[in-house]
Design a protein around this ligand. Sequence first.
Ligand code: HPA
Length: 271
Amino acid sequence: MLRQVKEATDFIKRRLKTMPEVGVILGTGLGNGFIEAVKKPTIITYNAIPHFPISTVATHKGQLVFGEVSDKQVIIMRGRLHYYEGYTMHQIALPIRVMKMLGVKVLLVSNAAGNLNPAWKKGELMLLNDHINLMPDNPLRGENYEVFGPRFPDMSEPYSATLQKKLLAIAAKKKIKLRPGVYAAVQGPSLETRAEYRYLRTIGADAVGMSTVPEVLTAHHAGMACCAVSVLTNDCNADKPVAVKLEHIVKAAEKAEKHLVTLFTELITSL
Ligand code: HPA
């Protein structure tokens, strides 16, 4: 594991003049707009990097994009790795650990998620203030690598309170509705039944999705400050069930993308 992270990091270091400080992971349907905001981009495809897993979902490109956003050096994962694709949690953790080794201190994550909160509507954005991990595994399971972090990492603040405050202030200034809430991570790939919607709401979730938590656990363990935003692509109402289709999720995410681009670029500027 450590050797793999080192070899991947060395490979990337040889191709860069300056090292990134901010990491960004772009979720389903969220990509092109943010990539356009990157100056002097250098692109490395996942399959060129030793030990890097390759994204298998058609809507996700497998690229690392390096460049500048408001004079900050960024590394962007364009195409994330999902547990439902069959990757192990350790494979999903690898790019995050490479980011850490490159010097990344802040990780911004986006995702598409189902909306469980009856007071909210699809198309709106949620700022993660906490999560519930319902995935059957944890990227920190197995041998602990002290170079990254402790055996039992504290999880009282997995999402940086400082970054949340900053992002809420930016959203208010830009008149973007950003709702703080709890994200429940499920393994997928099947979507949820009506009974599962009820269950998720009952245990305190505002949104449900199939990503983000493995990456945040890995990053928080390694001492990176995390901030994550969900685009609520569909309403999950047990009493008014609507069939969920990937095309709809991708379309809804693309529609909300410009707001996400504004939030992330302004947040990076403020760092
Ligand atoms: N459930 C799980 N993951 C999702 C959903 C959903 O309804 N929408 C987007 N990602």
